[in-house]
Each structure stands twice: as structure tokens, then as C-alpha cells.
Design a protein around this ligand. Structure first.
Ligand SMILES: [Zn+2]
Length: 899
């Protein structure tokens, strides 16, 4: 079928209704079979092949779902029977109506639609590009679905619309071409990739799904949550747990408390179909549950965000490599168990075998979807209705902390080690008074007032919700709720909607259970973050509404533009001032500096731009784009401020690419900061102050202890293209440290984040570790453990580094460094900017032993010669999400460039 651009209907009937008798096989197309040793098809080849299949087969049409970060088309193949292709728009409509469950209000209507519709199943590949199996199996899967005439495929095509989605085109070409650059197959290796396989995020491209800051995520979110609403989505990964071939669902605990209980039971259903098929086909070595560390706690991965949208998200992790590998002998994987019913013998393993396993897994899912088509369609409606119902009445979500409250109400201690620590009968009355306390009801909705200090950031937040399919309303007139009046333009997110679990998850704190290997033992690390509440990370002010409410609200159809700012005062004004509270103020400054305007940072935190010839016109443009309002300065001029100079900003990176550095590139580009990327050899070469005013060292740039060898190991291959050779190098105390010291002493600014704050110790500054015992050893994890979570810090907002921030700010914290400063810190040039103030800083996630943080310093500045070293312990730019702490970075940059 003819390719269709994104957004256009894909309804054109095929020229012929007869099933294609003959389509080109991968071997005919590429000259090798998919999975042959030492071979990989590139994305460019995949594109040409899919276009050909599209022309040859009336079962398939190829759709461009949007551009990638590097400008490629991201292809999705829609595969179903020719009959279904002719009514694709109708099938899409049915899938959407059942998933959103808004206008389908009766069970009878839902059952009728389910009977008419087809299941929609998403199968992807290639997200993590160095996991080459994913994209290769996708090519073979598509080929088999368009060419097979067996009964099972026919049933699948009749009952299922398959969305075969390539998840990372850029990375696929990078990795495949890297592997194939060696002519001798025996020399081919996936090692030593020179840069990230997603332009900004690399492996973290699977950590972006609720934010959708990356182009590919935004493309896929649109297909998932706004166009196709698949009931099942299957996300392919590599590699399998050692001693096995594959991990497949179901998953281990912890559960997540906000999504529908049909999610875990459906994961069991689909998982059982997969495992049963493997055993029946004589394919051993597939493990599940505690066979690996994957859980369903976290929102934010491609596979996990779907749970919060009532979709069944599958993950497999499968071994495989175009270069044959060994399955080692692991005695602990030989005894069968419920986690691994059919162990595998150690052996040499070829890529083709991994392809066969992937096909088995895909077939199991598609066959189940075909046979239980109506049930999957009906159940997604059921979940959507449940969500709408719960959002429209008083309802409660059960969290571990509430059981702790209960225990306290019974006179017990408030710190059980795990919710399972509770046993025995409790008085029924406590259920009603504690667990059904009206104050603990789930919100009916949230209001984001348009008069909050950084409303443009609230818009960015709401746009992330919209990209994830959430329904948002905007007030067309002022209104009052719960005794508070809100201006027109305020935003409203109600929870009576199908994707309520996602709404709750973006606004409410995550309450991760205390999860230990055994009572008193070490913690079980969460698979990813323990807490991530996006509203907190972004510093968005949202009022929780516990009662039914309404107002002059209109539904927002698509992503919102930032409301334009104003330029006020006489056109002849000599200067204009603007506020520091919005992140967008920095975009405005960067545009003004680029245009050659004179911008000052005033002592009270505001900015002032001197009016030159074209300034006023420029301000009007900038106010429209950024929402920043400029006010003409009247009366006597305010105290002179520091003059901002055009940025000479360097950002550290390393050979292979650092993800924290990559995300920083994205943040800097979003806010239009000019920057240059520097690698260890450029740092070692010195003369840094001649080129830069500010150097950013993200997590991973500086070793936490010791001297050299950090940053990147030397590539093993001698065959590194010229353009990447100057990137090879590592931090060392002998060569890098003296250059950093010279840069600082000469007046430079170094901004360190996370682990790289250890530079303070390397420089011999009197900065101590708050999280150490009396002997200086790090606290053991059974006493203190804070995996990725959101904590609250007190901020000295009078300090220029914290201008525009709030006195209480939420920071993203991941076992991050926390400092102590000596009593004579001020005299020694050390200043605390943010610190933990109290024994319970946890806002969202898990913070075991959090009282140990009390009084610890989170952010500090140190004078070094005439320069400044800034220590950001928390991850203030983590995955480009915590917009609420970006200003720390921006202030640090501007301060380094100010005179
Ligand atoms: Zn992966």
C-alpha cells in the first residue's frame, strides 16, 4: 500500500483485493537472512525494504510518524488483513472510543464496539540501538506477517491491527554502520560506540515517556495516547539475565498503587501465553518475576507509562549479538522454579536463535490478542470507565504510608519495614477513620493558576500531559473553587478521565514501600526512580481540589503556546526591567545578548535591558515568544547591576557520550544558551580561560575519589574515525586537576553536578560528607538509602545563585552528595545556598533514614582564587525534567558571565 504521511488518513483501499502471493524476503533484499552471523540491516535498508513490502503487500501500509532528532523519518508499519485496511479509520475510532471511555457509557455499547473492532497491538524494536536484536527482529516479524499464509497468521490479520514501530532510527544507523565498518566479520564489534545513540539521551531515551522532551518519544506518545490507543504494547530489549535467554513478563513487586488492578492481572495473562508458548515449542531459558529486577513501579519508560493509560505494557530482555556469544553455565539458573520453569543448558548462541525467540514471543502475544480480541477491547473500556467513575466520586488510593498511620493509630511504631510487616486483625472503626479519612481522598482535579510566578513552566508541564493524552481544560473567565479565585487562563486537569492514573501520578507523591531483601537487611533498589512527581520536579503550583467542581472551562485541543508577555511604558523609555521568576527570562536574555543588547542583573534579582535603536521592537517579539513582560523604567534608574556578557560556556562530555551531558545540551538548547562541548583532552590542554568563562561538569565528569582513568576508557579498537579521536581521554589528578585549578584561580566559574562535586575535595577545599559515619565511611544502605526521589530543600533566595527560586524548592535527588561546611565557612569563601531543614525532606519516592539529611548542605559555592566553584549535589537538570531547579544552573552560568 502507498506510504502515508503522518496525520493523513490511511484509508485508500489497495488496488487489488487478492492476497499478495509473493513478497520479497529479507535475504533477497539484503543478501543475507535476518539473524545471520556478523550481519545487520541498517535503518536505511529497513526503510527501503518496508517501502517495497508496502508496494507488494495489501496487508501493510507504512506511515511516517514524525521526524527524529537527526531529521530521519520514523516509520511505523501498520499490518492487518486487506479487509481491515479498508476500514482502518473505523477500527481506529473504535479503539479510541473504547480507550477514552467518554462517550461510551454503557456496557452494552462497549460490548458492541468490542465485537466490531479489532485488537490493536504495538510491537517495537530498536529503542536501545546497541541492543541490535530489537530492530532486526522487527524486520523479520513484519516480513512473516505480510508473507505467511498459515492459519495462525490469517487469524491474527483478521483480528488484530499490528503497529510495528521503529523506536530509534538515528541510533539504528549509527550502531549498524559502526559494527559494519570493519570489513573482516571477525573484527566486527558493537563496543566503543563514539557517541550517544539518541542525540541527547542515549540509553535514557527510555526514560522520557511522561515528559516526551525527545522527538522520538513525542512521535510515539502521539501514536500511543492520541491516535491508536493499543490495548497491548510490546517493547523489545536486550539483554537477557545471565544464564538465561530472555526475561518476559510478569514482573516482580512493587506494584504501583494508582493504576487499575486489571493491569497486573492482564500482565499475568499475556505473560502466561508467552511462557507457555516457549515451553511448548521447546525453547528453554525464559525467566520472569524475580528472575530479573524489572518491576511495574515506575512511570516514564516506553513500556511503563502505558500502565498509567490502562494499556498492557510488555518488556522482554533477550540475549543476542550478530557476533556469536556464549550462554555461560550458571548453577543458580539450573534448578527450575516459578521464575524460570524451563532452564537452558550452557551453549554457544547465534543471533538467529534470538530472532526465533523474538518471533515466538511476538506470535504468542498476537495469537492471544486475536483469540481474546473482544476481551482486550472491552477491558480497556472497563479500565477507562473505572477511572472516570473514581474521578467523579469520593475515592481513596491505598499507600504504604497510610498503613503506617494505621499502625500509629493502634499505638505501634510508625516505621514498619515493609507493608507486609502488619499482621492480625485491626478494629474495623480504624478502617473508616484512618483509611477512609475524608482529608485523604484522591483529588477530583487540579487547578494551575495563571497568576503563579512561573506560569510559562506550568504550560510546559501541561503540554507534557497533553502529549501523553491527558484531557486539560482552560478557564475562559475568572472562577472560584474551594474559596480561592483564579484568573482567566488558569488550567484545570480533572481526574474523571480514562487516563486518571497518569494524572494522579504526575501530580501526587509516589509512596514507595520500604522494600528490603529481608527484615533488617539491605534495600532492594528500585528498577529506576522511586519518586518522580512531575509537578514537583517542575516547581509547578497546582491546587488539589477534593470536591466536585466546575467553571467556565473549555477543553484544550492541542499543546498550548505560552501566553504572550507585554511591553509596557513609553516607547521612548531609556531602559526596561523584567522579572527573574520565569525560566523563560533566560531565553529572553539569550536573545537580547545575541542581538547585542546591554543586559544587567540588578541586585534585587530583576534584569534590566538598556533601550537601543531596535530594542523596543525586539522586546515585543521576545515577549510574544517567551511570555516575559518588560516594563519601562521610570523615575531614577535602579542601582546599577552586573552587566551580562555573551556566554562563553563549555560543557564537558566524553568519548562515547555522557547521558547527563547530553540532557544538558537539550536544556541549554531549549533555553537558547550558546555553548561548546569539551572533552578531557581539551581540558588537559589548558588555556581554558582564554576560551571560556564557565565550565559545566555534570555527573560522571570527575571521579568521586582517587585520581585518573575516569571519564572514558580507551577504545579497544584501533579503527576509530578521525572525527572522534580528539574525544578520547579521561580526567586525571595529574593533568586535568591543575588546569581546572588554574581556570578557577584566574576567575573562571566551574559548575559541578552530582558526583562531580567531588572536585571540591580534589581541590582540597574544606567540604565534608554529611552522609558518613564517625570514621568517614559512607553510611551503610540499611541505615540510609535515597534512590531517585524528590526532596525539599531550604534556599537562600537572596543569593544570586538562587534568585527567582522559592525559599522551599523541590529537588531531584538520587543518592546524591550532601555536604558539611566548617564553622568558619564564610571566612574561607564557602557559602551554603540550599540545605536540608528538618528530619522529613521527602516529597515523593523513598528516603530510608532521611533524618540523616537534616542540616546537610545540598548546594554550595566556594571561592577559588578569583573564580567560583559551585557544587550542585542534587540532579538539578535530571533528564531535562526538573524545570523547577533549572534556574540554579542558569543563574550559575549568567553569574559566571557577568561583570
Ligand atoms: Zn534496552
Amino acid at each position: 500500500m502507498a506510504p502515508e504521511a503522518h496525520g493523513q488518513a490511511v484509508t485508500a483501499p489497495p488496488a487489488t483485493t487478492a492476497t499478495s502471493s509473493r513478497v520479497t524476503s529479507p535475504k533477497e533484499q539484503f543478501g543475507f537472512a535476518i539473524g545471520d552471523d556478523y550481519q545487520l540491516a541498517t535503518y536505511e535498508q529497513l526503510t527501503a525494504y518496508w517501502r517495497r513490502l508496502d508496494e507488494q503487500s495489501d496487508r501493510m501500509s507504512v506511515v511516517d510518524i514524525g521526524k527524529t532528532a537527526e531529521g530521519r523519518s520514523q516509520w511505523m508499519a501498520i499490518i492487518t488483513s486487506p479487509e481491515n485496511h479498508r476500514k482502518l479509520e473505523r477500527l481506529k475510532t473504535i479503539a479510541r472510543r473504547l480507550a477514552l471511555a467518554e462517550d461510551v457509557t454503557t456496557e452494552a455499547e462497549a460490548r458492541a464496539l468490542a465485537a466490531e473492532g479489532t485488537a490493536v497491538v504495538w510491537i517495537d524494536g530498536g529503542l536501545h540501538a546497541n541492543e541490535t536484536l530489537g530492530a532486526q527482529q522487527l524486520i523479520e516479524t513484519v516480513y512473516q506477517l505480510v508473507s505467511s499464509t498459515d492459519q495462525e497468521v490469517t487469524r491474527i490479520l483478521d483480528n488484530v491491527v499490528v503497529l510495528a514501530v521503529h523506536a530509534n532510527p538515528d541510533g539504528h544507523d549509527l550502531v549498524a554502520n559502526w559494527y559494519l565498518r570493519e570489513r573482516d566479520p571477525l573484527e566486527r564489534s558493537l563496543d566503543d560506540l563514539p557517541r550517544l545513540y539518541q542525540k541527547y539521551a542515549g540509553h535514557d531515551n527510555n526514560r522520557d515517556s511522561y515528559m516526551a522532551a525527545l522527538a522520538e518519544t513525542a512521535n510515539m506518545n502521539r501514536v500511543l495516547y492520541r491516535e491508536w490507543f493499543p490495548q497491548i504494547m510490546y517493547n523489545h530489549h536486550q539483554t537477557g539475565p545471565i544464564g538465561t535467554v530472555m526475561f518476559a513478563p510478569p514482573f516482580r513487586d512493587p506494584f504501583n498503587y494508582v493504576y487499575d488492578p486489571l493491569i497486573p492481572t492482564s500482565l499475568d495473562l499475556v505473560g502466561a501465553a508467552m511462557h507457555t508458548r516457549f515451553v511448548a515449542e521447546g525453547k528453554p531459558g525464559v525467566t520472569m518475576r524475580r528472575g530479573a529486577n524489572y518491576s511495574t513501579w515506575w512511570n516514564g519508560g516506553l513500556r511503563t507509562t502505558v500502565y498509567f493509560h490502562n494499556m498492557i505494557g510488555l518488556l522482554t530482555e533477550t540475549i543476542g549479538n550478530p557476533t556469536p556469544i556464549e550462554i555461560p553455565f550458571r548453577p543458580e539458573r539450573q534448578l527450575p522454579s516459578n521464575d524460570l520453569p524451563f532452564p537452558i543448558e550452557p551453549q554457544t548462541w547465534h543471533m538467529r536463535q534470538s530472532i526465533e525467540y523474538s518471533l515466538t514471543a511476538n506470535r504468542a502475544v498476537l495469537d492471544l490478542a486475536a483469540r481474546y480480541r473482544e476481551q482486550f477491547l472491552f477491558n480497556i473500556w472497563r479500565m477507562g470507565r473505572n477511572a472516570i467513575d473514581r474521578g467523579g466520586r469520593d475515592s481513596w488510593t491505598m499507600y504504604p504510608r497510610r498503613l503506617q498511620k494505621l499502625q500509629a493509630a493502634q499505638g505501634g511504631a510508625e516505621t514498619p519495614r515493609g507493608p507486609r510487616g502488619l499482621a492480625g486483625n485491626a478494629p474495623r472503626a480504624l478502617f473508616d477513620t484512618v483509611l477512609r479519612d475524608p482529608a485523604l481522598r484522591d483529588p477530583r482535579g487540579y487547578v494551575l493558576s495563571a497568576d503563579q510566578p512561573d506560569f510559562p513552566t506550568a504550560i510546559v508541564f501541561v503540554n507534557a500531559l497533553i502529549r501523553a493524552g491527558v484531557t486539560v481544560h482552560r478557564a475562559t473567565a475568572p472562577f472560584a473553587v474551594q474559596g480561592r479565585t483564579y484568573p482567566a487562563g488558569s488550567l484545570v486537569v480533572k481526574t474523571a478521565q480514562a487516563f486518571r492514573p497518569h494524572v494522579l501520578d504526575m501530580f501526587e507523591p509516589q509512596d514507595h514501600p520500604d522494600d528490603f531483601q529481608y527484615p533488617g537487611g539491605p534495600p532492594i533498589p528500585p528498577y529506576d526512580s522511586a519518586g518522580w512527581t512531575l509537578a514537583f520536579q517542575m516547581g509547578v503550583q497546582a491546587d488539589r481540589v477534593l470536591e466536585a467542581f466546575d467553571g467556565p472551562f473549555t477543553r484544550v485541543a492541542d499543546e498550548l503556546a505560552i501566553p504572550a508577555g507585554r511591553v509596557s511604558g513609553a516607547p521612548t523609555a531609556r531602559a526596561y526591567v523584567f522579572a527573574h521568576q520565569t525560566n523563560q527570562a533566560f531565553r529572553a536574555i539569550n536573545r537580547l545578548l545575541k542581538a547585542g543588547d546591554r543586559v544587567e542583573w540588578l541586585p534585587d534579582g530583576r534584569f534590566r535591558v538598556t533601550a537601543a535603536a531596535a530594542t523596543r521592537a525586539r522586546l515585543t517579539e521576545i515577549a510574544t515568544a517567551t511570555g516575559v513582560s518588560f516594563e519601562a523604567e521610570t523615575g531614577p534608574a535602579a542601582t546599577a547591576g552586573q552587566v551580562l556578557r555573551p556566554m562563553r560556556l563549555a560543557l564537558w562530555d566524553r568519548y562515547g557520550g555522557s547521558m547527563p551531558s547530553g540532557w544538558l545540551r537539550l536544556v541549554l538548547e531549549q533555553f537558547e544558551f550558546p555553548y561548546e562541548v569539551v572533552y578531557p583532552p581539551q581540558l588537559d590542554a589548558g588555556a581554558l580561560s582564554a576560551r571560556f568563562d564557565v565550565l559545566i561538569l555534570p555527573d560522571g565528569a570527575i571521579p568521586e575519589s582517587g585520581g585518573g582513568g575516569f571519564g572514558s576508557r580507551a577504545p579497544r579498537s584501533a579503527n576509530i574515525p578521525e572525527e572522534f579521536r580528539a574525544r578520547i581521554g579521561a580526567y586525571s589528578s595529574a593533568t586535568t586537576l591543575p588546569q581546572l585549578r588554574t581556570f578557577l584561580e584566574g576567575g573562571g566559574t566551574v559548575l559541578t553536578i552530582g558526583g562531580s562535586t567531588s572536585l571540591a575535595q580534589h581541590l582540597g577545599l574544606p567540604v565534608g560528607n554529611k552522609l558518613a559515619d564517625a570514621a568517614g565511611a559512607p553510611l551503610p544502605t540499611d541505615q540510609y538509602y535515597v534512590p531517585g526521589s524528590i526532596l525539599r530543600v531550604k534556599v537562600d533566595t537572596a543569593h544570586p545563585l538562587a534568585h527567582g527560586l522559592r525559599a522551599d524548592t523541590d529537588v531531584y535527588f538520587d543518592n546524591s552528595p550532601v555536604f558539611t561546611l566548617p564553622s568558619d565557612a564564610q571566612a574561607r569563601g564557602l557559602t551554603a545556598i540550599a540545605w536540608f531543614d528538618g528530619p522529613t525532606p521527602l516529597r515523593s519516592g523513598w528516603a530510608w533514614g532521611q533524618a540523616r539529611l537534616d542540616g546537610g548542605v545540598a548546594i554550595a559555592e566556594a571561592r577559588v582564587g578569583s573564580g567560583r566553584l559551585v557544587l550542585f549535589g542534587p540532579e538539578i537538570t535530571f533528564r531535562a525534567q526538573p524545570h523547577g531547579t533549572f534556574k540554579f544552573l542558569f543563574n550559575g552560568i549568567m553569574r559566571g558571565a557577568a561583570r
